[in-house]
Design a protein around this ligand. Structure first.
Ligand code: MRU
Length: 344
């Protein structure tokens, strides 16, 4: 089933509420842009590709909730696109999904046509996401040998996309090809996307998964229990890959232990005109570190620093697995070759 989709009957966006997993499987129906924006902020829907599709459907929602004539509807769309843009700053796909759908919708010459164009574009982005993930899986599966154990971080699975997944998509494709693969999922503090989401979705598919806490990764690598690391990304800039906080530490550990470190990522996540310093790293509420659910786990007045992402220097990345192929160093030359292929 898809993580997020448009429901024609009720003109709403339906998404799996990921904050409730793994104990409850609940679908949330977003009937307004503000409701969807809130769902994005609290991570009911999350993961770079899924955020791109959420942004796209958000523009469709705006076109349905807008009133007035063509010009008024267009103004409303532009206003609501800003609300969606202001939800989370780091994953570039969110902006890609919003901007692409908005651009298409604004070509409409009537209110009906605006809605039609917005929905058509958003559905196209969602379809492309599934197709792209399958291609990433096909390209990347050759990097995983029969009997390998893959360490992964956060959740770069179908829950982070529309379906299949990027990092977990590569693992799924390797399993589909008949290989016997084991996965080690790091729990990914503070919001535990690894234990709540990755462990859950791999188990749903019957893929062998072992959960560890983040601070066990080095020891587990030292013991020779990891053949490769495979993660997703929120934004790839000129010299770095932004992904969930803790990815950087994992890349250094992998480098130290001579373990390949792969990033599975659609080309829609590249922002190669920018560098590390241009990217806003989301800082989240101190309460995420002071409470575990309802349970207080730190002094209430302790100072907290809670960045949600970190940049991993590309020099620690063995290869980037995209739908257009596997990209190897030297990235300065190879990334532009793949990104701007055929564009002169
Ligand atoms: O804060 P989140 O859960 O949205 O962070 C998600 C990640 O860091 C994922 O690894 C990334 O978006 C890649 S998903 C294919």
């Amino acid at each position: 089933m898809r993580t997020i989709y448009w429901d024609d009957e009720t003109s709403s966006v339906i998404l799996i509420d990921q904050t409730k997993l793994p104990s409850e499987f609940v679908l949330e129906k977003c009937r307004s842009v503000n409701q969807l924006a809130e769902a994005i902020k609290v991570l009911k829907v999350r993961g770079a590709p899924a955020l791109g599709v959420a942004g796209a459907y958000g523009v469709v929602l705006a076109s349905y909730e807008a009133g007035g004539n063509t010009e008024e509807v267009k103004r409303y769309l532009i206003e609501k696109a800003e609300v969606l843009r202001n939800t989370r700053p780091t994953a570039v796909n969110l902006f890609y999904g919003i901007d692409r759908t908005l651009k298409s919708a604004l070509k409409g010459e009537s209110v009906d046509e605006i809605r039609e164009l917005a929905l058509k574009e958003a559905e196209k982005i969602a379809e492309e996401d599934v197709r792209i993930n399958r291609m990433i899986g096909e390209n990347g599966k050759k990097l995983i040998r029969d009997g390998d154990t893959v360490m992964t971080y956060c959740n770069a699975g179908r829950l982070a996309c529309v379906d299949w997944g990027t990092a977990l998509g590569v693992i799924r494709s390797a399993v589909e090809a008949g290989r016997d693969i084991k996965v080690i999922a790091c729990e990914t503090r503070p919001l535990n996307q690894g234990s709540r989401l990755t462990a859950w979705e791999l188990m749903e598919d019957g893929i062998d998964v072992t959960l560890i806490t983040d601070n066990m990764a080095g020891f587990v690598m030292k013991k020779g229990m990891v053949d490769l690391v495979m993660v997703g990304a929120d934004r790839v800039v000129r010299y770095a890959v932004f992904n969930k906080i803790g990815t950087y530490s994992l890349s250094i550990l992998a480098d130290h232990h001579g373990i390949p470190f792969y990033v599975a990522v659609p080309t829609t996540t590249f922002d190669f005109e920018r560098e590390e310093g241009d990217v806003v790293i989301e800082e989240r509420s101190p309460d995420e570190l002071k409470f575990f659910g309802e349970h207080q786990i730190a002094p209430l007045d302790v100072r907290v620093y809670n960045p949600a992402f970190d940049p991993t220097p590309l020099k620690y990345v063995t290869a980037l697995i995209t739908e257009k192929g596997i990209i190897h160093p030297p990235y300065e030359r190879t990334i532009p070759e793949v990104l701007y292929e055929g564009k002169g």
